[in-house]
Structure formats: structure tokens, C-alpha cells
Design a protein around this ligand. Structure first.
Ligand code: GDP
Ligand code: MG
Length: 360
């Protein structure tokens, strides 16, 4: 929708030009001519008013794309070692090294390999977070680490994780965990996974399998190498310059600091002082902290940061977009809140209908 004129917008949405102009007046905007291009924020507002879903397509045309680190989520059956594996990987992370072993839990951390390449891990394992993000259209994760306990083998949530990854079109790297246990049987796990349709590398497919022990810290390096290899195959690239496009992975309220969010930039550069809309909330970025809590001016792609200065609490999976002024930020946030409320009421209405007509 960016750069579209009101005439084009009318054509695309089937609304009359005068109806769109009325909406423009209502949101306090004027355009001199119906042939003037609308900004993306205005286009989004109009679209919300007329009930059209817009997806911001951030144009990378002409922008220089540089390789970026993969963003990885750990999934698997309960008790198979997701948290333990993240803990072990976090110990190999930059944060652990820089802070002398003390790490913050900001919702994500970065592991830097000796080659200089790095990997960003989302710190919240589990399917709920993954699904919540996907439901909001947040394509944050590039690779899923599927953790399977070597003694327990494939279990219901293993399959669930596989189908989540498949639905999101995100490649899997298998980590067979607890290989230190006497009852470990990695070969059996591989056969089970293969019979569930996972095309393992050693069987001619392209899914890598690594044997690890989270608690004994065995195979962590192999896992990291496998993730890097996978990411090289995917040729992940991002635009570095220009306005940031980011996603919230976690948000909290702190008594002293107010609402703050951990976000991962997917493209562009987020800069301190910018006005942002985060989901339906807005704010002006007062501080950006890296994963050791150090203040920084900017956040680049694949870099997890904490941002302060939001006026309300966003949700995991919300998008972070940069707008040009506080007025814009307020306006867009108000528009999005209105749309959320409309959607909520509509849903409640539909549920009532279902109760009234249980056969449908
Ligand atoms: P989650 O539910 O997937 O997050 O699993 P946890 O990380 O909480 O681990 C569940 C249990 O398995 C805990 O008691 C861990 O100590 C244990 N565990 C995790 N990884 C390993 C491992 O590599 N080897 C052994 N022997 N135990 C492990
Ligand atoms: Mg856990």
C-alpha cells in the first residue's frame, strides 16, 4: 500500500473515493489531490477503517542486503531438555562471556562462533510462544531445534513441534538429547523420526541430526555448527539501512522502567529516540539495551534488544514499526486498538451465535 494514491486504493478495495476521503478527514489527514501518494501509515489506517487487512511489505528494492544471523527456536516434548539445552547454549553465549557468566534473561541471546558468525536463540522454548507469534504473522524464527530425549524417543509434543515447523515452513535441526544416559538409544530415535516423515541427512534427506547432552555439555558445538550450516544454506540476508522492522519476543512491566519489550530486528536499524508503534501500543524509544543490559544507540538485524519508552504493554509477536512523529504513532496506535476491539466484539458475537445455533 505504500505510495498508493487514494484513487488506486479505492480501486483496490472497492470503496468509493469520497468514502476514503471522509475517513482521511476523520483521522485528521488531508491530501491535496486524490493523485497524491499516501504514506503507509495512512494507508494502514484507512484499510483498518474499511476492514481490509493490510500487511506491510517492507520494500527491499534497491537496498543493500547483507548476511544476517539465524534466529532459532527450541521445541520438543516436555522434559526432553529444552530449558536445559537453552541454559547450556546460553553459557556459550557472548553474554555469558562478557558478563563473566552472569546472564540476563531478556528473551533471547546470541552465540558467537569462532568463525565470527553468530546465532540468535529465542529464550522461550515451547509451542505456545511459537504459535502465538505465528498467529500474529510474526515470522521471527528461521530454524527450529527439535529436541528429542534419546531414552524417551518421539512423543506427542515432538510430533506437534514437527507440524508447527512444517506449517510455518521453517527447517528443523534435530538435537537428540540426554545421550549421556545409559538408556539412550539415538538410533531408535532416528528411525522413529524417519518413520514420521522427517528426511534425515544420513538417510539421504536434508535434516541434520546432532547428538547432545545438555547437562553434560556434550555436542553443543556440533549443534551450533549444524545451525550455522543450515543458515548458510538458507542464505539469510537483511537490509541494514533504513527504518527498522522488528518483532517483540517478550514484554514486561517494571516498576521503575515502565513497560519494556525484548525485540528482534528483522530488517533495517532501530535507533534510540525514534517514534514507534508496537502492536497496538506506541512510544518513543528512550533506551535500547543489548543482551548484557548495556545501553546502545542502535539495533541491527538479528540483534535482540530491550527497548524502553513504550506507553503500554505489547504482546509477543507484535510488530515494531518506526513512524515519523508522535502524532502518527498515537494515531496508528489508536486505529489499531479500535480494530482490535472491533475484532474482539465480532468474535464474541460469533461465539454467541454458535451458542444460539449449536448445530452450526
Ligand atoms: P524441558 O521440559 O524440555 O524444558 O526439559 P528440562 O530442561 O526441564 O529437563 C527435564 C529434565 O531432564 C531435568 O531434570 C533435566 O535435568 C534433565 N535433563 C535435561 N537434559 C539432560 C541431559 O542431557 N542428560 C540428562 N541425563 N538429563 C537431562
Ligand atoms: Mg522447560
Amino acid at each position: 500500500f505504500d505510495g498508493m494514491t487514494i484513487v488506486e486504493l479505492a480501486k483496490r478495495t472497492g470503496e468509493s473515493i469520497s468514502a476514503l476521503q471522509d475517513i482521511l478527514v476523520n483521522v485528521g489527514e488531508t491530501v491535496d489531490s486524490e493523485f497524491d501518494p499516501l504514506g503507509i501509515d495512512i494507508a494502514e489506517l484507512i484499510a483498518m477503517e474499511i476492514g481490509v487487512n493490510v500487511k506491510r511489505l517492507h520494500s527491499n528494492v534497491g537496498a543493500e542486503l547483507l548476511p544476517r544471523a539465524p534466529v532459532v527456536t527450541v521445541m520438543g516434548h516436555v522434559d526432553h531438555g529444552k530449558t536445559s539445552l537453552l541454559d547450556a547454549l546460553r553459557q556459550t553465549s557472548l553474554a555469558a562471556k562478557e558478563a563473566g557468566g552472569i546472564t540476563q534473561h531478556i528473551g533471547a541471546f546470541v552465540v558467537r562462533m569462532p568463525s565470527g558468525a553468530s546465532i540468535t536463540f529465542l529464550d522461550t522454548p515451547g509451542h505456545a510462544a511459537f504459535s502465538a507469534m505465528r498467529a500474529r504473522g510474526a515470522a521471527v524464527t528461521d530454524i527450529v531445534v527439535l529436541v528429542v530425549a534419546a531414552d524417551d524417543g518421539v512423543m506427542p509434543q515432538t510430533l506437534e513441534a514437527m507440524s508447527h515447523a512444517k506449517a510455518a515452513n521453517v527447517p528443523i535441526v534435530v538435537a537428540i538429547n540426554k545421550c549421556d544416559k545409559p538408556a539412550a538409544n539415538p538410533e531408535r530415535v532416528k528411525l522413529q523420526l524417519a518413520s514420521e516423515g522427517l528426511l534425515l541427512e544420513e538417510m539421504g534427506g536434508d535434516v541434520q541430526v546432532v547428538q547432545v547432552s545438555a547437562t553434560q555439555r556434550i555436542g553443543l558445538n556440533d549443534l551450533e555448527e549444524a545451525l550455522l550450516l543450515q543458515s548458510e544454506l538458507m542464505e539469510l540476508k537483511a537490509r541494514i539501512d533504513g527504518p527498522a522492522q522488528a518483532y517483540v519476543v517478550e514484554a514486561r512491566i517494571d516498576k521503575g522502567r515502565g513497560p519494556f519489550a525484548t525485540a528482534i530486528v528483522k530488517a533495517g536499524t532501530l535507533i534510540c529516540g525514534q517514534h514507534v508503534v508496537v502492536g497496538a501500543e506506541w512510544g518513543r524509544i528512550r533506551a535500547i539495551r543489548d543482551m548484557v543490559g548495556k545501553l546502545t544507540e542502535k539495533a541491527r538485524p538479528a540483534m535482540p534488544v530491550e527497548i524502553e519508552g513504550l506507553r503500554g504493554l505489547p504482546m509477543a509477536g507484535d510488530d515494531v514499526i518506526v513512524v515519523e512523529s508522535e502524532e502518527r504513532a498515537r494515531m496508528l496506535s489508536a486505529g489499531r486498538k479500535k480494530k482490535l476491539e472491533k475484532d474482539r466484539l465480532q468474535k464474541v458475537g460469533e461465539e454467541r451465535m454458535e451458542i444460539a445455533n449449536p448445530s452450526e
